[in-house]
Design a protein around this ligand. Sequence first.
Ligand SMILES: CC(C)(COP(=O)(O)OP(=O)(O)OC[C@H]1O[C@@H](n2cnc3c(N)ncnc32)[C@H](O)[C@@H]1OP(=O)(O)O)[C@@H](O)C(=O)NCCC(=O)NCCS
Length: 177
Amino acid sequence: MLRHLINPGLELRQLQPADAASLFALVDAHRVKLREWLPWVDAMVKLADAKKYIADTLKDFAATRAYVCGIWSNGRLVGVIGQNRLDWAHRIAFPFYWLVPDSEGRGIMTLCFRAVIDDSFTQLRVKQIVIAVATGNVRAQRLPAKLGFKQVSTLKKAEWLYDHHVDHFIYSLAAPG
Ligand SMILES: CC(C)(COP(=O)(O)OP(=O)(O)OC[C@H]1O[C@@H](n2cnc3c(N)ncnc32)[C@H](O)[C@@H]1OP(=O)(O)O)[C@@H](O)C(=O)NCCC(=O)NCCS
């Protein structure tokens, strides 16, 4: 997915090198809140880190088709959604997403995640979508629950978040039909 207009005020667009400054500014402005559940925030400390991140996502896209899109709400970058990994051998997509706090609670991610799910099944033609959400991240758990995912397991100590481990709930959604 390179570009997808969800509605006139909401667009997903693959992150490009020219977006590095916007991405860095966004993360820098919200790092305290973002680092509560996202493990990479402390590794993005300067503009060059955002540039490298975007360059790496583009390399990954070229190699595996795993895309990373900025979420633009009324022209402003407010978050990121994409595919962490595409397992082509087993046709499984592993998406991820985050929004800055001042854009939460408006249904933005519900719309974006629906678009990524739809793209995963109709364009990438994967057979299953799997996501992992920390067991304490109650807000993030509402999305898979509302979009028809089934919680299939719990992984203990699945992720190291700076100074502690968190457990993950694993959710799965099978392709229709
Ligand atoms: C997880 C995260 C994306 C969820 O954001 P969110 O704002 O709750 O999700 P949405 O944009 O879909 O908004 C849904 C909320 O908006 C409200 N809302 C307002 N207008 C809405 C609309 N038109 N349609 C749907 N929901 C609407 C809903 O009531 C809903 O809140 P509820 O779940 O309490 O009912 C966000 O909290 C986040 O990025 N957190 C930090 C990073 C993170 O945890 N990422 C996930 C790692 S697995």
